[in-house]
Design a protein around this ligand. Structure first.
Ligand code: HDD
Length: 703
């Protein structure tokens, strides 16, 4: 359908708002395409040539401008967290905490503070799949009335390393190897495990990354953590320590590894699509912001150093106090302008919040500002709308690449003596009352390259995490470590890791050793500090103990085929939607299938493109002939056998037994597989789906 004339294929209805008031094309009617200089374009299909079959002319300023701009469309991707997805929202404080902090954001109950949140994976590049086993970034920019506060956290409350000087090594080791340029978006390789096992401070975080936390079902179903200990400061200048938590109102949920592998093939955009769709449908995800507050006394008596980012403070020791809620309610208008250009910086804090001496945080405070210069090309990235504060900004910084908001007047320094009688504007002045003040913590000591002694405990909380998991979750951790180490070629690296595991949990070490086919357990790794083995399990650390209480926000896939009972399909749809879930119809053809009522129901997906791995639960409703017909169809068989293997709830109309027979599960049907007759069957099934998985099916580990 090549259009000969731009008029035939004209799509350029949009005019670009280049920062000012909405404007019309300088060159003519609203929809006339122009160059970046505003000159109307007559032909956007043909470059200027010496002759219809002759060479191109250098003179063609219109083509040159277009190609020039295209050539420069990309900016460097983030060196870590390159793949991410950003969403607008707002934060609303529910409980003021003036006794702890004088920050406006913590004192103005009911005020809606705009936010922008970017979720990300760490290791993969921009085009890598969403459901890689990885930490998820959870970074929120609060546009507060006192300036921007960036809470740049992860979905895991601890980190791999204790000192920022090790960050480049950590990231080099996990990213593709420099000689071969692979593997992409994976930690299952020699370099990563070599570094990790030579750096025992990674052990606690490794437990989290090998757990299902690292393969979330949705960005909506995961927690967020500020990781470091920060300070809150009140109007009297008093300080308490704080750790920040995001608790999803949607409950926690992850996928299982075999599912993740398949999802990445079927839908590499699984997480971003899920977020876009939920917000587009008005199903706005919410997180409560919680704080764990403690004082010097607690810090001095805690078994670990509160400045050590590889340690957490169990919620049983210091409860999380919920103070407000963030709602994500708007997708971006333009991915590049917002998600790509957003620049988070840990050093962006507001009066009433302060840093601590956590050596990882101190290093981050340098790195983030520095990296924005490289990525966004100059010091004026705060002029880009997504980064610009939504409160007054007044200073004497000036010029630089792409300066957008330029001061007026003569004074560009201070102190100055303009103002007063001169009639000139003297510009802004510092304000000792409202201005940012650091906590006046007394500091003394020797300048040294050392870590504090308690940083040497590498195993105690790793063990605590492991023993806090349900049996199913523990199995997943064992399987994940076994999987990853099976991809490690050098035997001594595998042995080193099992040697570390022996300091964490004997059974875990044995299971992994067996999984790797080791004849005997490798020697224990020497611990810098003897691990504490009697830390109590903490329920807050398990996903399965913190799941949702309904099927809301989840997705049911209904596979229909010719002759399927129309009433059943309808009742399933209604029950799922009533529960706040979404439904996708899958059929042998995207054109849908004619159901028992003689009407054709359109499909959202053809079976090959709608596998069961992308749904939380599935149903199959087909006529007898169709069920027999599709019993031998491979995608249909995978739909059923995967759903069954992944412990999903499955509903079916009795004709579908032919397919169950074909995949060999007809003799194994359990309470997680529901035959739909009529009456309340659909509703009972959806109620059951609220448990998300029928874990009993896979609870017994096969040797
Ligand atoms: Fe980092 C990005 C989270 C340690 C250096 N980091 C980045 C992002 C998140 C985190 C969520 C993506 C922000 C976005 O969406 O744009 N990083 C963390 C957490 C850490 C951490 C929770 C440990 C507690 N990071 C860390 C260290 C350093 C960095 C120790 C360097 C010394 N991180 C960066 C960076 C990035 C970044 C290079 C890349 C892109 C960016 O900053 O804007 O500066």
């Amino acid at each position: 359908m090549a259009a000969k004339s731009p008029k035939l294929d004209a799509s350029p209805k949009t005019t670009l708002d280049q920062g000012g008031a909405p404007h019309q094309s300088a060159a003519g009617p609203d929809d006339t395409m122009t160059t970046a200089q505003g000159v109307a374009i007559a032909d956007d299909q043909n470059s200027l040539k010496a002759h219809a079959r002759g060479p191109g002319l250098l003179e063609d300023q219109i083509m040159r401008e277009k190609i020039f701009h295209f050539d420069h469309e990309r900016i460097p991707e983030r060196v870590v967290h390159a793949r991410g997805y950003g969403v607008h929202g707002h934060f609303e404080l529910k409980e003021a905490i003036p006794e702890l902090s004088h920050a406006a954001i913590f004192n103005r109950v009911g005020e809606k503070v705009p936010t922008f949140t970017r979720f990300s994976t760490v290791a993969g590049s921009k085009g890598s799949p969403d459901v890689a086993r990885d930490v998820r970034g959870f970074a929120t920019k609060f546009y507060t009335s006192e300036g921007n506060w960036d809470l740049v956290g992860n979905n895991i409350p601890v980190f791999f390393i204790q000192d920022a000087i090790k960050f480049p090594d950590l990231i080099h080791s996990v990213k593709p190897a420099p000689d071969r340029g692979f593997p992409q978006a994976q930690s299952a390789h020699d370099n990563f495990w070599d570094f990790a096992t030579l750096s025992p401070e990674t052990m606690h975080m490794l437990m989290w990354v090998m757990s299902d936390r690292a393969i979330p079902r949705s960005l909506r179903f995961m927690e967020g953590f500020g990781v470091h200990t920060f300070r809150l400061i009140n109007a009297e200048g008093e300080s308490k320590f704080v750790k920040f938590h995001w608790k999803p109102k949607q409950g926690l949920q992850s996928v299982i590894w075999n599912e993740a592998l398949k999802i990445n093939g079927m839908d590499p955009d699984f997480h971003r699509r899920d977020m876009w769709d939920a917000i587009d449908a008005g199903d706005f995800p919410q997180w409560d912001l919680g704080i764990q507050v403690f004082d010097d006394d607690f810090a001095d008596n805690f078994a670990f150093d509160i400045l050590d980012p590889t340690k957490l403070i169990p919620e049983e020791d210091v409860p999380v106090r919920i103070i407000g809620t963030m709602t994500l309610d708007a997708n971006v208008d333009n991915f590049f302008a917002e998600t790509e250009q957003v620049a988070f910086c840990t050093q962006n804090i507001v009066p009433g919040i302060d840093f601590t001496n956590d050596p990882l945080l101190q290093g981050r405070n340098f790195s983030y500002l520095d990296t924005q210069l490289k990525r966004l090309g100059g010091p004026n990235f705060t002029h880009i709308p997504i980064n610009a504060p939504k409160c007054p900004v007044r200073h004497f910084q000036q010029d630089g690449h792409m300066a957008m908001t330029n001061p007026k007047g003569r004074a560009n320094y201070e102190p100055n003596s303009w103002g007063g009688d001169t009639g000139e504007d003297a510009g802004p002045r510092e304000n000792p009352e409202t201005g940012f003040k650091s906590y006046d913590e007394p500091i003394e000591g020797k300048k040294q390259r050392v870590r504090s002694e308690l940083f040497g405990d590498h195993y105690s909380q790793a063990r605590q995490f492991y023993i806090s998991q349900t049996e199913i979750e523990q199995t997943h951790v064992q399987d994940a470590i076994t999987f990853e180490l099976s991809k490690v070629e050098r035997l001594e690296i595998r042995e080193r890791m099992v040697g570390h595991l022996r300091n964490i949990d004997g059974d875990l070490a044995q299971q992994v050793a067996d999984g790797l086919g080791m004849d005997k357990l490798p020697a224990k790794q020497k611990a810098v500090r003897e691990p504490i083995t009697d830390l109590k399990p903490s329920d807050a650390l398990s996903i399965l103990k913190n799941g949702p209480d309904s099927f809301a926000g989840r997705k049911l896939g209904i596979y229909i085929a010719e002759g399927g009972d129309a009433r059943l399909v309808k009742s399933l749809k209604t029950a799922a939607e009533d529960a706040g879930a979404t439904v996708a119809i899958i059929a042998p053809h995207v054109g849908g299938a004619k159901l028992s009522d003689g009407k054709t129901m359109q499909a959202d997906e053809k079976i090959d493109g709608g596998p069961s791995v992308v749904f939380d639960a599935v149903a199959l409703v087909m006529g007898e002939k169709a069920a027999k017909n599709y019993a031998d169809d491979k995608p249909t068989q995978d739909f059923v056998s995967d759903a069954f293997a992944h412990a999903k709830f499955i509903a079916y109309s009795e004709e579908v037994m032919a397919i169950f027979k074909a995949v060999g599960i007809d003799g194994k049907l359990d309470k997680g597989v529901a035959k739909l007759g009529g009456g309340d069957d659909a509703k009972s099934f959806i109620d059951q789906c609220g448990e998300l998985r029928f874990w009993d099916r896979v609870a017994v580990k096969q040797d």
